[in-house]
Design a protein around this ligand. Sequence first.
Ligand SMILES: Nc1ncnc2c1ncn2[C@@H]1O[C@H](COP(=O)(O)OP(=O)(O)OP(=O)(O)O)[C@@H](O)[C@H]1O
Ligand SMILES: [Mg+2]
Length: 439
Amino acid sequence: MPNTAKQNMDFRRANTDRVIGLATTAKVINEPWVQHFIKAIALTDDPGLEEDLALALKPRAIEQLFRDIPFNNPTQAQLSEFLQMQHPMLFGIVPDLGLQFVQPIDWFNQHLLILGGTGTGKTNFLYAIILMAIRYGRKIIAIERNKTDLRHLRRMVPDLLVFTSRTIPYPTFQVPEGVDPRLFLTDFVEIFCKSHGLLDLSEGLAQTTLVNLFRERGIFEGSQNWITFCDWKREIQNLRFNRWDRRSGAIDSLVLRIDGYLQTMPELCAIQHGPSIGELCEHSFVWELANESERQTRFLASLFLKNLYRFRIARNERVSILRNLIIFDECKAAFPAGPANLTGYAPLANILSTCREVGMGFALSDQTADLNDSVFVQTRTKICMRLGSGKDIQAVERTFGLDRDQARFIPRLDIGDAIVRVPKVDEPFLIKIPRVRLQ
Ligand SMILES: Nc1ncnc2c1ncn2[C@@H]1O[C@H](COP(=O)(O)OP(=O)(O)OP(=O)(O)O)[C@@H](O)[C@H]1O
Ligand SMILES: [Mg+2]
């Protein structure tokens, strides 16, 4: 091929590439005059024209791309108001402004919700808030289900304790100091039976047998001769009913559930005495629940946290600061959706509204929005990372007060990008969460 013909072809190919590049940029702008200009460039082979158009288009296209993001930023004044508050925790950076979005740690008393599909950066964000809270001297109770991510924080926090249900020093029947044993039993029976979907008949038997045992041991009179799951099982099995009596079936249901605990966590079931719940919660710890069923997780975690709440109330330890930051990854186990009389029994739902007075604040995270209503109603700050399912997006649209365009943006969020809903800022806005490196 003669040299000039080859040069001509190369030039045409390069020109075609440039025109395609321009057309792509122009698509964002979508105005007729741009299309005409591109046609002219394609016909005239004039590289100068192409450069002129590229120069004119690029800034407009970038501007348009930003316009396509349906969120407004908070004002600088709002952001700096947060910065002036005590003990700020960095949540992320507001992209266009480049300003830090912080929240005072004590606002965690009114709880935080983090939603995001798998791999969108929830755990990374939890690492960040845990590390900051520990630096401020607050204690962490992190409950992790089916995962062992949070234990890696020990690299940064060597005295962080990591328990499983086999190792946690938590005697399940130990009444917290100062709490009326009758109140403890009412909580215990309700949480146990409802978490396991047991009916009223079983609940009645559970109550009677436990009251008998507590009475025999003198626990109502102040004795600390606590019982164990084995004692309870024996007491239930000692009950004798006629074969046709419905209560025989209720006995079987109760024993079956107790056996579940004896098999999955024999060590926990055998502990009779342990440190007081107040002492335990003076340390930061992770409690990994992996072998337990969802119902067992709900029972153990809910009873533990309810006991801590009762303990603090009994000692009149009312505070306005955050003492324990309670991290609940996969919080659906404790806050399932649905009507309370069926699957949706959420024993912690009602303490969410009152536990702030004793310094307990929750950070609840889950991969879906299919959660108990209390989680949406009772969390002051809400964060949403990328979600894929239409049902979840609809739930976020409703509960975060997003408009339709903002909701449509949820599946487009990058890893570490989040929509924030917080009182004091009228509209939802976007932040970029920094990546945490645990070395
Ligand atoms: N803000 C961020 N910036 C950059 N990379 C991030 C950010 N957050 C998380 N990542 C990276 O993305 C990956 C997934 O993050 P992470 O484990 O936090 O997701 P997740 O939402 O907790 O997922 P899962 O629901 O499966 O637990 C990790 O490799 C992490 O390093
Ligand atoms: Mg995670």
